[in-house]
Write a protein that binds this ligand. Structure first.
Ligand code: BEZ
Ligand code: FE
Length: 297
């Protein structure tokens, strides 16, 4: 009888021995996942040949990552984001039919129960920043407007902070709002131009980025969750293409189709209509939702 048949572990048969030990797993999906993870992990260890110290460093890094997590902070999601895994899982689970708007990461700063506002409302509650008007249509893949679509929007302020990061400094629900379309599928609201910001980088993931010579910044963006009956929910952003970090998003969330045009606008009559003092940013971007049955495999 060969050593691996008796179940003894060797460098050569490590994958078969561990996978064989899992053969009675009750859940077939779990068994399949562990087979792949074991194979890839052992392959990585065999290629890297870590020293005992290096392996302990890796274990301590993951330990610190777990210790950093609490009710508000999910360091493992940041790790997944910065390794590109969040965007990969997002891409696999959101393959869209042609013409439908693309998705991107949700991020940690979404807040449930943001107020539903009248179309045109100003979501900036502290008058800080450069005025901006955002408009567009919610369409189906045939180009028809969707009535009753609900847009949940949130963004950082002109200094790169979300309201929840500055409790007591920004008003609650600053730069957040929920809007509902009518028959023409149109939406519009007022806000301020967002700024780039660092992902939370005072923990092990921030240290990892520093060791890798990477910055922690996300280019300026607005977040959207768009829901409508009979359509796939769309979790996405629009980005400012002129942002200095547009080609190096720390979490790989930028897609070409999500670049919007941020037009600097001098139009005193329109500014007056919107209640803006002077020049403003004009952003127009449509979203196309996929019908539930339209999802491409
Ligand atoms: C965000 O855009 O809010 C975000 C996404 C991933 C990690 C951190 C922040
Ligand atoms: Fe964000």
């Amino acid at each position: 009888m060969e050593a691996h048949e008796k179940g003894f572990f060797t460098e050569e048969n490590s994958v078969e021995v561990v996978t064989g030990r899992n053969r009675n797993a009750k859940n077939e999906r779990l068994k399949q996942i562990m087979e792949v993870v074991t194979r890839k992990l052992h392959e990585a260890v065999k290629e890297i040949e870590p020293t005992q110290e290096e392996w302990m460093d890796a274990i301590l890094f993951l330990t610190r990552t777990g210790q950093m997590c609490n009710e508000w902070r999910q360091e493992f999601i940041l790790l997944s984001d910065t390794l590109g895994v969040s965007m990969l899982v997002d891409a696999i689970n959101n393959r869209k039919p042609s013409g439908a708007s693309e998705s991107t990461v949700l991020g940690p700063f979404h807040v449930k129960d943001a107020p539903e506002l009248e179309m045109g409302a100003n979501i900036c509650l502290d008058q800080k920043g450069e005025d901006m008007v955002i408009s567009g249509r919610i369409l189906d893949t045939d180009g028809k407007p969707i009535e009753g679509a609900v847009l949940d929007v949130w963004q950082a302020n002109d200094e790169g902070f979300y309201d929840v990061q500055q409790l007591g400094i920004q008003p609650a629900f600053n730069l957040r709002g929920v809007f509902r379309t009518v028959g023409d599928g149109r939406f519009w609201f007022r806000a301020v131009k967002p700024k780039y910001y660092p992902i939370p980088n005072d923990g092990p993931v921030g240290q990892m980025l520093e060791h890798l010579g990477r910055h922690p910044y996300r280019p300026a963006h607005l977040h959207y969750i768009i829901k409508a009956e009979g359509f796939e929910t769309l979790i996405t952003h629009i980005f400012d293409p002129d942002d200095p970090y547009i080609y190096s998003d720390a979490v790989f969330g930028v897609k070409e189709s999500l670049l919007a045009e941020f037009k600097h606008t001098h139009d005193p009559a329109r500014a007056m209509d919107y209640g803006f003092k002077t020049d403003f940013w004009d952003v127009e971007h449509d979203f196309v939702l996929a019908r539930v049955a339209e999802r491409s495999s």
